[in-house]
Each structure stands twice: as C-alpha cells, then as structure tokens.
Design a protein around this ligand. Structure first.
Ligand code: 5GP
Length: 198
C-alpha cells in the first residue's frame, strides 16, 4: 500500500466517450485489472437501469438532494447529461486519494472541461466508437433506451465527438480486449513518466 496522499498527489484519468461507446464497461474492467486504480462513483438523478446497483454503478439521488449538494459545493464538477444531473463528489475523490489510489473519472465532455480548469495535471482519454452506425446499433442492442432517447444520445454523440482533440489520448473501441489493453497501456505509461506532470 502506498503512502496516504492528497488529491494533488494522485493521478486522475478522465475518460469521456459518447454514450454506447463502451466506456463504462472499459473503465470498470480497467479498475479491476490495474492495481491502485479506482473508479469514482458519480451521483446521478437518472433512474437506475436493470442490473444497476446503488453505490456501485452510481449513487442514485433525487433532484432535490442533488441540487442541495450543488448548493453546498460538494461537487468538483457536475453537468446535465441527456436531461439528468450527474456529478463527481469532491469528498469521494479525496477518500480515494487518501487510500493512495489513482482515480478514473468516467464523465461527459462538459464535466471534463470543468476538471481541466481545476486539475492541470489530469490525463484525458477519449473513447470513440468505430462509427455512428455501430453506436446506434449498440444503443439499440442494450435495449435500455427508447427510440427517442437513442436519437437524443446520437445527436449528443456528434457534439461530443467534435471535442476529442481536447484529450491527450484517443482510443477506438472496435474490439473490447484491444481497447482495454490500450487503456491499460496509457495508465502504465503515465505512471512511468519522469516529470509526473505534477
Ligand atoms: P449513463 O446514463 O449512460 O450511465 O451516462 C451518461 C453520460 O453521463 C456518460 O457520458 C457518462 O460519462 C456521463 N457521466 C457519468 N457520471 C458523470 C459525472 O459524474 N459527471 C459528468 N459530467 N458526467 C457523468
């Protein structure tokens, strides 16, 4: 176990991707295979999907509670995504850092922009689907969103993809195992940097 750390001592990996690009599964798998790397569990007002567990996939809260948390300044970033509120808790990040863990944030591009203005040394990774057609098929295949919602997510994806140049790395998720290996390689290489970017 590494020495206890402050938030500024650990590495933060910010991963963004359009919904359906496979980012959530990649990030979960990543924190299982890389030691001392933890996924920060976000708060959201979105209702849980089938098989989603409170405090594992997200902490599901009411709009009222979320807004109170905004008022109290409890989020390092928050955003409205597909009509729901999502946010990263400062306290949760500090707890992960205290345990000496580097942190993966699976957040949208506007959340990433907020992190960029606060944490200069974070590493930014963008995950692209092979094409918009594949993205549409994946969203249909998981059968968790209505046609209307899929349309909304595809439109949002087009906006998000336009932002990929603001990221340090880009991974095309054509094949899960390859994308995971690439993601892991980025973490390993960033940890080996001499300048540590801090
Ligand atoms: P989903 O509802 O499909 O799980 O996530 C929708 C989008 O919200 C994804 O792009 C995901 O990265 C983003 N998201 C999840 N948690 C957060 C968060 O804490 N902050 C921000 N800004 N976006 C988040």
């Amino acid at each position: 176990m590494r020495k206890k750390s402050k938030l500024s001592d650990v590495k933060m990996f910010v991963v963004s991707a359009p919904s359906g690009a496979g980012k959530t599964t990649l990030c979960q798998k990543l924190s299982e295979i890389v030691p001392n790397l933890k996924h920060s569990i976000s708060y959201t007002t979105r209702p849980p999907r089938k098989r989603e567990i409170n405090n594992i996939h997200y902490t599901f809260v009411s709009k009222k509670k979320f807004k109170a948390m905004i008022q109290r300044g409890e989020f390092v970033e928050w955003a409205v995504v597909h009509g729901n509120l999502y946010g990263t808790s400062k306290r949760r990040l500090e707890e992960l850092a205290k345990n000496g863990c580097d942190i993966v944030l699976d957040i949208d591009t506007s959340g990433a922009a907020q992190i960029r203005s606060k944490f200069k040394d974070a590493v930014y990774i963008f995950i692209l689907p092979p094409s918009l057609e594949v993205l549409r098929e994946r969203l249909r295949g998981r059968m968790t969103e209505s046609d209307e919602e899929i349309k909304r997510r595809i439109n949002r994806a087009k906006e998000e993809i336009a932002d990929y140049r603001n990221y340090n790395y880009v991974i095309i998720n054509n094949e899960f195992k390859k994308a995971l290996r690439e993601l892991e390689s980025i973490i390993i290489a960033e940890r080996l940097r001499t300048d540590k970017r801090r």
